[in-house]
Write a protein that binds this ligand. Structure first.
Ligand code: FAD
Ligand code: NAP
Length: 582
């Protein structure tokens, strides 16, 4: 049972209350939205399915869970005091510490009194006559609000694969994204892990330390780069804190929304020896910045082949059994699926009690009472860990009945793939905002930065509507269509669109294949959002109010006026040069 369902505190349902905004979700997005709206004098109610704040970091408590964007950057940037006072203990903070941080933010900014936990929003319906959203929850709440803000998370709807015989298995089955709060002790157990994405890669080395036998079921081999995680010294933290705003500003100007040394030069112009040296240096620095070894790695297949081969050689040099090493070698585009960052992942396969089972050609047939069957062989297990990921980007939207104008549902509108203008709003659904929605950089950027930029923009938009007395805002269909096409066109420039990743919904059978995040780069996207605002919310239609005269007052969005520095926006610049930003 998911942890939040265990001990729901009793409370009376809220009936008939009206708010300026309902916010769905109390991860970093919902928390920051609440903070900003309250600061602007709006009334807001947050509903959160979990029993506490933190979203991802509330749910994903599997062993080894931690961020893979460096902690000093994977954090809110809106409060200089918060930045100065919070001390991250490690280069990549563990889940518990990030959750403490979320709780600290909730306390510090007094957020909890407007959040109702253990409450899942089940329906959101736009009332055209009253021009408001009517929201229902699984706790019987029935409230209304002018704005409905979806802060439901891009990676929050766990993918529970309907394996045949699932109910037959006699032991416990866990999903990494819904991990029991009390933790799991695998000591002496025979454990099976399904999946080799980021969650599996973080948890496998730790589970292997406890389990008597570990069997990993791998469908697609994964590229992963060592984290070289370490404790942060006070000197290091102080050096960053001495000019934190400068680091934050540099981060915003990067395509990924976080700062790391980036080499603009093309791999294909270097000699093989130079490339090997460069890759080795980048490998020794570790983490996601490994992809910044050259500027063309995600754009030119021949360049990508060079880094992919380097990574395969690393696997072969670490994993002692040649058959296992070859199975662990990915043959798709390097960085096409989300790159993983690990601590001791490949080394784990050198342990005598760890076995790798290839399920790429012969899929998992069924769960049995005592294990998992593949290709006629039963692997005996006491516990199964499904590290099978998420219905990414749109999964949490699918789980709410969202109805806009003319009774049209979002599920219907997004059946062939999500359609949203700038990823913040979708035509036919007035006053519905989607934080890090499909069509925005979201999961391709450091997500807290992406969240903050969206929230600031949305809050400014709502304040402007109040200034002019506007009742509703929604995208114009034509502008939305242009944006969706632009997102799609830019994605084709990148090799990232070429494999069966969750970016394109291909991790789950039956989902439409659409490249969902915007790959043109964070600064290019931010500039577009800023232009839309300063041009009076170009591409949107507002109803009611004195629309003609008053240009929007830029309040919170001001801090996102980052100069486009061509030197540091390389991949975005490449994409934007070939496919103009609409
Ligand atoms: P979430 O944190 O997912 O929060 C959404 C919340 O909405 C959840 O609490 C959920 O319960 C709630 N919710 C959803 N539907 C409903 C509903 N119908 N009713 C009520 N509540 C609802 N990103 C990075 O940039 N760097 C990283 O290092 C990184 N590491 C990650 C590690 C893991 C294990 C995972 C899964 C993701 C990671 N991410 C990382 C992405 C991460 O999701 C974001 O960084 C960020 O935490 C998202 O915040 P959010 O508030 O948008 O969404
Ligand atoms: P994921 O990357 O989608 O990985 C899921 C894994 O399960 C894949 O290996 C997938 O194989 C496998 N799988 C799914 N269905 C299967 C089936 N029916 N049979 C066999 N295997 C199956 O999910 P995730 O690891 O939870 O990560 C999701 C995202 O969350 C990451 O990409 C990242 O953005 C974020 N995250 C970050 C960190 C971090 O380091 N900070 C940690 C965890 C998660 P295929 O590849 O073949 O589909």
């Amino acid at each position: 049972m998911p942890p939040a369902m265990q001990d729901q505190p009793q409370r009376a349902p809220e009936a008939g209350a009206a708010f300026d905004a309902i916010i769905v979700g109390a991860g970093f997005a919902g928390m920051y939205m609440l903070h900003r709206l309250r600061g602007l004098g709006f009334t807001a109610r947050v509903y959160e399915a979990g029993g506490g704040v933190g979203g991802t970091w509330y749910w994903n408590r599997y062993p080894g869970a931690r961020c893979d964007v460096e902690s000093m950057q994977y954090s809110f940037s809106f409060s200089e005091e918060l930045d100065q006072q919070w001390d991250w203990s490690e280069k990549y903070a563990p889940q518990a510490e990030i959750l403490s941080y979320a709780n600290h933010v909730a306390d510090r900014f007094d957020l909890r009194r407007h959040i109702l936990f253990d409450t899942r929003v089940t329906a959101a319906t736009f009332d055209e006559a009253a021009k408001c959203w009517r929201i229902e929850t699984d706790r019987g709440d029935n409230v209304s609000a002018k704005f409905c803000i979806m802060a439901v998370g891009c990676l929050s709807a766990a993918n529970h694969v309907p394996f045949e015989g699932r109910a037959d298995f006699q032991g416990p089955i866990y999903h990494t994204g819904e991990w029991p709060h009390e933790g799991v002790d695998f000591t002496g157990l025979r454990v099976g892990v399904i999946g080799t994405g980021s969650s599996a890669i973080q948890s496998i080395p730790i589970i292997a330390q406890q389990a008597s036998a570990l069997t990993v079921f791998q469908r697609t081999a994964t590229y992963t780069v060592p984290a070289w995680n370490e404790k942060l010294t006070p000197e290091y933290r102080n050096a960053i804190k001495a000019d934190y705003p400068a680091l934050r500003a540099k981060a915003r100007a990067r395509p990924t929304g976080f700062y790391f040394p980036f080499n603009m030069k093309p791999a294909l112009e270097a000699t093989p020896e130079q490339r090997t040296r460069q890759y080795e240096e980048a490998w020794q620095r570790g983490g996601l910045p490994f992809l910044g070894a050259y500027g063309d790695l995600l754009f030119e297949k021949a360049a990508n082949d060079t880094i992919a081969e380097f990574a395969r050689d690393k696997i072969r040099s670490i994993v002692k059994d040649p058959t296992t090493a070859e199975l662990l070698c990915p043959h798709n585009v390097f960085g096409c699926k989300r790159l993983c960052v690990d601590t001791g992942y490949f080394e784990t396969y050198n342990l005598p009690h760890v076995k790798l089972v290839d399920v790429s050609k012969t899929p998992i047939e069924r769960f049995t009472a005592g294990g998992i069957e593949v290709n006629g062989t039963e692997y005996p297990l006491d516990a199964i860990v499904c590290a099978t990921g998420f219905a990414a980007m749109t999964g949490s939207f699918d789980r709410i009945a969202i109805t806009g104008r003319d009774g049209r549902t979002l599920a219907e509108k997004w059946r062939a793939g999500p359609r949203a203008y700038l990823g913040v709003a979708t035509a036919g659904f007035p006053n519905l905002f989607t934080i890090t929605g499909p069509g925005s950089p979201s999961v391709l950027a450091s997500m807290i930065q992406a969240i903050e930029q969206h929230v600031d923009w949305m809050a400014d938009c709502m304040a402007h509507m109040r200034d002019i007395g506007a009742a509703t805002i929604e995208p114009l269909q034509a502008d939305e269509d242009d944006w969706v096409e632009h997102v799609n066109e830019v994605s084709k420039v990148s090799l990232r669109s070429t494999c069966n990743s969750w970016y394109v919904g291909a991790n789950i059978p039956g989902r439409p294949r659409v490249f969902m995040p915007y790959i043109g780069g964070f600064p290019v996207y931010v500039q577009k959002c800023n232009e839309v605002m300063t041009n009076g919310f170009e591409g949107f239609v507002m109803e009611g109010g004195d629309i003609g005269n008053e240009m929007p007052r830029v309040r919170l969005t001001e801090r996102w006026r980052v100069p486009l520095d061509i030197e540091v926006i390389s991949p975005a610049a490449v994409a934007a040069r070939r496919v103009p930003v609409v």
